[in-house]
Ligand binder design. Sequence first.
Ligand SMILES: O=c1ccn([C@@H]2O[C@H](COP(=O)(O)O)[C@@H](O)[C@H]2O)c(=O)[nH]1
Length: 231
Amino acid sequence: MKDPKIVVALDFDSQKKALQFVDQIDPQACRLKVGKEMFTYFGPDFVKQLISRDFDVFLDLKFHDIPNTVAKACVAAAELGVWMVNLHASGGSKMMETSRQALEQFGSERPLLIAVTVLTSMSEAELRATGVDKTPEQQVLHLAGLTKAAGLDGVVCSAQEALLLKQHLGQAFKLVTPGIRPAGADIGDQHRVMTPQQAIQAGVDYMVIGRPITQAEDPVAALEAINRSIA
Ligand SMILES: O=c1ccn([C@@H]2O[C@H](COP(=O)(O)O)[C@@H](O)[C@H]2O)c(=O)[nH]1
């Protein structure tokens, strides 16, 4: 079994469109991410359809609530059979620890639990406007440290912070990086971006890529091209 590096963000407003793409690709070529849009439209049943096609699914709902509520949501995600689930590190250490402990009952079958640090769409100015008196890099490092101390498997960050995080937190701590744009691609609402090749060189474990694949004229060819470029 290969360990695909690309996690395709299935941000479609139609199951039919999403499955048209999914049914043309091999689960060895990529993993799939279901986020707020598709989960809100199509719910757990859609996630189950992807898992039944042998794909690893990252349920990207970015839980952020009191510890008991987030822990129970993580258990619900584990019961769905997802490969990875996430919460916001800014929800605090207690929330992260409680959620990690709640997943213990699933043993080796538990999903990877990772924490969002600073959204890849945020610039330093935007971060400071929220009241955080740090650069994105400093804040990502701070939140990733709390995440590791709480026993989670890794973080969502930008590939721009990957070298720093691997240096401080070790190779085993997983880095999942959205904000990936092939050279020349439209950046859209992302801010802290890197190309797939730069991200791999920086040591990321998994790259989340949405629109550069799903909005391409030929999404299957776009996925294949990015996979070739990082081989
Ligand atoms: O910091 C974050 C956390 C999550 N995302 C999600 O990743 C994809 C990126 O999609 P693109 O189309 O490649 O921009 C999207 O589903 C986001 O919700 C993120 O971008 N940044």
